[in-house]
Design a protein around this ligand. Structure first.
Ligand code: IPE
Ligand code: IPE
Ligand code: MG
Length: 243
């Protein structure tokens, strides 16, 4: 298939799963798995940009992940800080806009400050948007949007009749980006784990057994090629969409 005719998803999201099992299989600590996973984040960002993906959204830490052993959580936070410090300049150089989605209020002041600086530095970049979901949950996202809308109703800025799908959508994260086209999950499980519940309404799903640290550019490319072969019908018949 020629590169030109291949349909590239505008917005790709990834549930980066399997770091722990990758490490376990090598008799390493789970932390070593997460460190190795960081390298895969870098290669995926670069692959996405090369392929012409407009938005890449990565699930790094879920609202439920706080319940992991404290030692693992604190290393993940340190790793997060380290990566932000080391990588954001490179993202900026490559024209990538960076943002965090999720409830950042639970992060340390230092980390929150770093996040703000990184978002500020890269906010005018146009090549691609990289969103990292951290302390993110799909249910949190919807509840948060609802809270904002309720406040508007209370302030009489809108009435309950103004509440439509499109209004709710405007208050949900990522609504300024192209619709989610492709959702990838590595690590062999077939679930959404409270990721982009609202945004994934018509996304194509791609599940692979490959563990996140082993998800190479070739694996990424394979997911993109699969997307090209999917027929997206959005509720219509096959005949209608072929027209
Ligand atoms: C995903 O890898 C990374 C995070 C959730 C932070 P896991 O740590 O969940 O790896 P497994 O699923 O235990 O192998
Ligand atoms: C989903 O992975 C969250 C991230 C990849 C950050 P989990 O490993 O937390 O998901 P479950 O627990 O297997 O559903
Ligand atoms: Mg996991």
């Amino acid at each position: 298939m020629s590169e030109e005719s291949r349909k590239i998803p505008e917005h790709v999201a990834i549930i980066m799963d399997g770091n722990g099992r990758w490490a376990q299989a090598r008799s390493k600590t789970r932390v070593a798995g997460h460190k190795s996973g960081v390298e895969t984040v870098r290669s995926s960002v670069s692959s996405a940009r090369k392929l012409g993906v407009k938005a890449l959204t990565l699930f790094a830490f879920s609202s439920e992940n706080w319940q992991r052993p404290e030692s693992e959580v604190s290393v993940l936070m340190e790793l997060f800080m380290f990566v932000l410090t080391r990588e954001v300049k490179r993202l900026h150089k490559n024209g990538i806009r960076f943002q965090i989605i999720g409830d950042v209020s639970r992060f340390s002041d230092k980390l929150q400050k770093k996040i703000k600086e990184s978002e500020e530095l890269t906010k005018h970049n146009q090549e691609m948007v990289l969103s990292i979901a951290a302390n993110y949950g799909g249910r949190w996202d919807i509840a948060n949007a609802t809270k904002q809308i309720a406040t508007k109703v209370l302030n009489k800025d809108i009435t309950p009749d103004d509440i439509t799908e499109s209004l709710l959508n405007e208050h949900i994260t990522l609504s300024d980006l192209p619709e989610l086209d492709l959702l990838i999950r590595t690590g062999g499980d077939y679930r959404i784990s409270n990721f982009l519940l609202w945004q994934a309404a018509y996304a194509e799903f791609y599940f692979t057994e490959v563990l996140w640290p082993d998800f190479t550019s070739d694996e990424f490319e394979q997911a993109i090629n699969t997307f090209d072969q999917r027929e997206r019908r959005f509720g219509l018949t096959g005949e209608q969409v072929k027209k």
